[in-house]
Design a protein around this ligand. Structure first.
Ligand code: FMN
Length: 348
């Protein structure tokens, strides 16, 4: 059975729904080439952070102000600036080199939460050849004086600013921590987003009692974490007009098939590729084809969204009723697969 894996994401035609999400693998040309050789449909480059850009912008302003010469002269300070902080400028080179080296779409990523001049960098990304921009709204809202409404307005202004800066598609990578996520998702679309990427995975710091320090601890995901994006993609499919991308917990072809059935256009992978290498894309593609064939689907387009909330006989399965059913399922937990969590997990 021939299976057509093609999909559309952000208006781009992709040969496969398997996309490499931002990671050190997509930060190197060698990694990108290996991902393309393994069959990836598109790549998202690592993020350029607001902090890097603001830093560079301040330095540029300082140089422009302190020189008495006209702009042409001032611009000759750029090489110094590059030595000072290679981040943003090297990033643009990485985009152009990636575009030259690959045939699949290259998506650049901006990571920030406050509106500001740094957003103008989206234009430079477009000029460097990016096919689309992913805007990652990664923040931990720790200030008790800042309420949800204020933060959401700030995010939406930012999405609108990036949207206004470029004509290429813009996807927004969200955190799952919104009180009214469905409402916010719709407003992100209204602010101009062409796609939603669900979800950011927060890295929780740990405490080191020997050094009495807070230490970063990066733990790669597992397939168990798929269920959060899975549920929300199923809920949002048909309610937003944007493309939908699943990120967090896609490790196997079965995982990818699930998010596509829920309504995703693409299944993004980072942890699985860091753990198994870029060639893992080929393994996941083989598994995905097998799952589709087993269920008599001959194309991604045909199966997409067929198990979304809107298409399920019992949509409550994605909602509150599911909570009660999940708690009740504890009594039959002995049926969990070998190697998975067993009896000693607290519930509730
Ligand atoms: C080492 C590492 C670096 C990452 N860098 C970025 C980044 O620069 N920008 C971004 O939006 N996400 C970044 N991520 C998050 C991933 O793109 C992805 O969304 C997350 O790991 C969840 O997907 P997974 O379960 O497939 O790993 C990074 C993840 C890892 C593990």
């Amino acid at each position: 059975m021939t299976i057509d894996l093609r999909t559309r994401y952000l208006g781009l035609e992709l040969r496969s729904p398997l996309v490499a999400s931002p990671s050190p693998l997509t930060g190197s040309l060698d990694g990108l080439r290996r991902l393309e050789d393994a069959g990836v449909g598109a790549v998202v480059l690592p993020s350029l952070f607001e902090e890097q850009l603001t830093h560079d912008q301040l330095e540029l302003d300082r140089l422009l102000e302190t020189t008495s010469e006209h702009t042409g002269e001032a611009l000759s300070y750029f090489p110094d600036l590059q030595d000072y902080n290679t981040g943003p400028w090297t990033y643009l080179d990485h985009i152009s080199q990636a575009k030259q080296a690959l045939t699949v779409p290259v998506i650049a990523s901006l990571n920030g939460v406050t509106p500001g001049g740094w957003v103008g960098h989206a234009k430079r990304m477009r000029d460097a050849g990016a096919d689309a921009i992913e805007l990652n709204l990664y923040t931990v809202a720790t200030d008790p004086r800042t309420g949800a409404a204020e933060l959401e307005t700030r995010y939406l202004d930012l999405v609108a600013d990036v949207r206004a800066a470029v004509s290429i598609p813009v996807a927004v990578k969200l955190s799952p921590f919104f009180t009214a996520l469905a409402n916010f998702a719709v407003r992100v679309e209204q602010a101009g987003a062409d796609g939603l990427v669900l979800f950011n995975r927060f890295y929780q710091p740990d405490l080191d009692l020997d050094t009495l320090d807070v230490v970063p601890r990066l733990v790669l995901s597992s397939s168990d974490e798929l269920r959060l994006p899975l549920r929300w993609i199923a809920i949002l499919y048909g309610r937003v007009g944007t493309s939908l991308a699943a990120t967090t917990g896609v490790h196997t072809g079965l995982d990818a098939a699930k998010v596509l059935l829920a309504g995703a256009d693409v299944a993004m992978m980072t942890s699985a590729l860091l753990r198994n290498g870029p060639g893992h894309v080929g393994v996941v593609e083989g598994e995905l084809r097998a799952v589709l064939a087993e269920h008599d689907h001959d194309s991604v387009a045909q199966l997409r969204g067929s198990m979304s909330r809107a298409h399920m006989p019992d949509p409550a399965g994605f909602e509150r009723a599911n909570y009660v059913r999940t708690l009740k399922s504890w009594s039959s937990h002995t049926t969990v697969s070998p190697g998975q969590a067993t009896t000693d997990e607290p519930v509730g």
